[in-house]
Design a protein around this ligand. Sequence first.
Ligand SMILES: C[S@@+](CC[C@H](N)C(=O)[O-])C[C@H]1O[C@@H](n2cnc3c(N)ncnc32)[C@H](O)[C@@H]1O
Length: 241
Amino acid sequence: MGKTYGSGLSHLFAMHEQMLSGSALGPIVMQQAGSLNKRDRTWLDLCCGCGALLAFARANGFQVTGVDAASGPLQQAKRIAPQAKLIRGDVAAVNLKNRFDIITCVGGSTNYLLRLNDLLRVLGHARRHLAEGGMFCFDVNTPHGYAINVDHPVSLVGDDHAGFFGVEYNARTQRAKWHVTGFVKSGRAYQRFDECHELRGYEMEQIDRLCERAGLSFERYDADTLAAADAETARLVYFCR
Ligand SMILES: C[S@@+](CC[C@H](N)C(=O)[O-])C[C@H]1O[C@@H](n2cnc3c(N)ncnc32)[C@H](O)[C@@H]1O
């Protein structure tokens, strides 16, 4: 797996949820899942990060469970989704007793899985953890999505933090490096952090094949427009059953 989040970047994620996090997909996921006519509806968020989607799901009446490999984001998740069951672990090895009505893995988390086999395992685990009639939604950044960001560094500045992001992308290996330097207020001073996240862009055809191998039937769209995906698509969203 690539480097998981340090607490510095998870802080920026929490502050800029709308821009950075996949939690904005929450209402769309619910709409796609359709009516779940049962009392105890359950939602599993894989790579839950700081818990924004867990908080959304809980506010919509779900029993929520989140899995993430990193402790910094899980600490934030505990604060904003206190009723969630939180599990620290690798999503490529997740094995829970329960089945879930909705499973999500969003915010570009699948791109942290650098090996096709690990991504295939995550898709297989998700299928096995789905309750009857349930839905699994994940998003994934494409190689094009990383390539277009190379010349467009992003900065995020607020009263108590600032973050600067630069992307390196290697088209041959499909690997991206996401360099982040941030400053987070700590008392009167700002604490600096530097992180480098290694990610892999995935082509639509690769993901389609993996879904088929994992036994998932799916619909997929451009995640930003929810229209049919094309060569310009930077991020795909899959709704699987
Ligand atoms: C880009 S963040 C997205 C977080 C959240 N889903 C959101 O949309 O805000 C990616 C998250 O995936 C987690 N992660 C990456 N690889 C993982 C793995 N193999 N197992 C569990 N968590 C992982 C990181 O720790 C991080 O919290």
